[in-house]
Design a binder for this molecule. Structure first.
Ligand SMILES: [Zn+2]
Length: 89
C-alpha cells in the first residue's frame, strides 16, 4: 500500500482543489490540508503579521469503507503517481 497502511478498511479519497493531487488518507474529514501544496510555511512572515491561514484545499470526494476498495484506489492512485496516466474516474 502506498498511501495508507496495509489492511486499512476505511479511508477518505481526496482531491486538492489547488494542485489537483488525488490521494488517500486514513484521516476522514470534509477537507484536509493538501500534503503536496498545503504546508508551505511563509518564511517572510514577521511577528506582527497575521498568522497564515491553513488552507484545507483537499476535499473529500469519496469515503472508502471496504478493504478491497481501499486497495483498488491505493493501487490506481499510486500507479498514477509513479507515471501511469489514468483517466479512470
Ligand atoms: Zn494541493
Amino acid at each position: 500500500m502506498y498511501y495508507v497502511p496495509d489492511d486499512t478498511e476505511r479511508c477518505g479519497y481526496y482531491e486538492c482543489k489547488e494542485c489537483g493531487s488525488r490521494f488517500l488518507d486514513i484521516k476522514i474529514a470534509p477537507s484536509l490540508v493538501c500534503p503536496y501544496c498545503g504546508e508551505e510555511p511563509d518564511m517572510e512572515i514577521g511577528p506582527d503579521d497575521e498568522m497564515p491561514v491553513i488552507k484545507e484545499d483537499a476535499k473529500l470526494i469519496k469515503m472508502l469503507s471496504d478493504k478491497e476498495e481501499v486497495e483498488k484506489y491505493d493501487k490506481l492512485l499510486s500507479l498514477a503517481v509513479t507515471g501511469g496516466d489514468f483517466d479512470w474516474i
